[in-house]
Design a protein around this ligand. Structure first.
Ligand code: AMP
Ligand code: GLY
Length: 429
């Protein structure tokens, strides 16, 4: 079987590595991939941009690709799945209309409200309909979101009314391009964040292992929001009882609601949840794809063949398969470039990858590229070092041993990945 993976980040490296481990797979192409995907067995990079759907489609046809797996949201929102399925190619991910769950915050808030799925109260505005009295009536902090895709930067938690009004004005004035033409203003929710990711086949769902992400740049959850500075699986906060609640109150009504609305959802579905003190799983956001960096620790724990699971999802038989998980904990630490998330420094040589390769655990590449014999940095989140262990503490030790082996100028990473799970572990000993 010949598989094409779309994207070039850490998530796609983990997907390529996992798919290549399937005995059924003979070759994996990654478009565009990175320096890490190029080195995996059976894997080959293809120099096509992840959003160049016409070129991806003709590549898949020419190469006789049996299955395409889409990593990032960009091509999904542009309709890559519709384009591939129209010509009879199997492509795993949601259709263009379903991808609006991530592509438009206003769309997803309306959907959540219509189907009575727990989420923060909100209002949506355009420049023409904006009503500052609504903002003044909120109690800070006030959450302001650009409607469209903004590479994880379109959410501002404003500490004051003035900051909220200022942010909204900047969004209307194009700070996030067309993504800010519509703005969602919502209530600030307290609680603990969880990444809950499932596979969906239109009707049935298969919950993947739970995970937690660290969105802020700095230790102790300080600094600006990022795409994610590290993640671990499982998330001990998700007890069996909470898992049941999330499935019943969020996942099942979402999948049924999409079907009822005439847009059956197929693909990975990521619910970003804020678990309230009373256990209510409030939806902060939907992503129409696997998480990055959650994919890296989650797939390090998946024992089943991912290709089998994806094929079941594409044929509407997810209810007939189960996923087996390694009971060990997995912790992934992101190594980011200097000045990430604003204007990351690039083109530095990364050293120590060969040392890390001899250690237990796995280093997934994200923004890397090969130049002659060197691996160079090429963007914000450069690598993700994943360790495993019987305890979170052991998994952290393994991950940070990998981190210590690697160096590049300006490298930044959090020292406290997994702290919530570690605290729970210590409390339960
Ligand atoms: P989003 O892209 O919508 O997930 O927002 C990015 C981050 O902002 C989330 O991961 C949360 O940490 C935070 N956030 C978003 N919405 C809210 C909210 N209503 N209350 C509190 N924090 C929020
Ligand atoms: N780690 C958060 C995301 O994938 O959006």
């Amino acid at each position: 079987m010949r598989v094409l993976i779309i994207g070039g980040g850490g998530r796609e490296h983990a997907l390529a590595w996992k798919v290549a481990s399937s005995a059924r797979v003979t070759q994996v192409f990654i478009a565009p991939g990175n320096a890490g995907t190029a080195l995996e067995a059976k894997c080959q990079n293809v120099a096509i941009n992840a959003e160049d759907i016409a070129s991806l489609l003709s590549f898949a046809q020419k190469e006789g690709i049996d299955l395409t797996i889409v990593g990032p949201e960009g091509p999904l929102v542009l309709g890559i799945v519709d384009a591939f399925t129209t010509v009879g190619l199997r492509c795993f991910g949601p259709s263009k209309v379903c991808a609006q769950l991530e592509g438009s915050k206003a769309f997803s808030k309306e959907f959540l409200t219509r189907h009575q799925i727990p989420t923060a109260r909100y209002a949506r505005f355009t420049k023409a309909t904006f009503d500052p009295t609504f903002v003044m009536a909120q109690r800070p902090p006030i959450v302001v979101k650009a409607d469209g895709l903004a590479a994880g930067k379109g959410v501002v938690i404003a500490a004051t009314h003035e900051e909220a009004l200022d942010t909204i004005e900047q969004m209307f004035n194009g700070a996030f391009g067309a993504a800010g033409d519509t703005v969602v203003v919502e209530e600030f929710l307290q609680g603990e964040e969880v990444s809950f990711i499932v596979m969906v086949d239109g009707t049935h769902t298969l919950a993947l292992a739970t995970a937690q992400d660290h969105k802020r740049l700095l230790d102790h959850d300080a600094g600006p929001n990022t795409g994610g500075m590290g993640a671990y699986s499982p998330a001990p906060v998700v007890t069996e009882a909470l898992h049941t609640r999330i499935m019943r109150e969020v996942i099942e009504p979402t999948v049924a609601g999409l079907m009822a609305d005439g847009m059956p959802y197929v693909g990975f579905l990521y619910a970003g949840l804020m678990i309230a003190a009373d256990g209510t799983p409030n939806v902060l956001e939907f992503n129409c794809r696997f998480g990055d960096p959650e994919t890296q620790p989650i797939l390090m724990r998946l024992q089943s063949d991912l290709v089998d699971l994806i094929e079941a999802a594409l044929s509407g038989t997810l209810n007939q398969v189960t996923a087996a998980w390694d009971p060990r904990r997995a912790v992934g630490v992101v190594l980011a470039a200097q000045h990430y998330p604003d204007t990351p420094r690039v083109d530095d040589v990364i050293s120590g990858l060969n040392v890390a390769a001899a250690l237990p655990g796995k280093v997934f590449h994200a923004a890397t590229r090969q130049r002659a014999t060197d691996v160079m940095t090429s963007g914000g989140r450069v690598l993700c070092a994943v360790g495993r262990g019987a305890t979170v503490a052991e998994a952290c030790q393994q991950a940070y041993a990998l981190v210590t082996a690697i160096r590049f100028p300006g490298m930044q990473y959090r020292q406290d990945i997994g702290y919530r799970a570690l605290a729970r572990e210590t409390a339960s000993v």
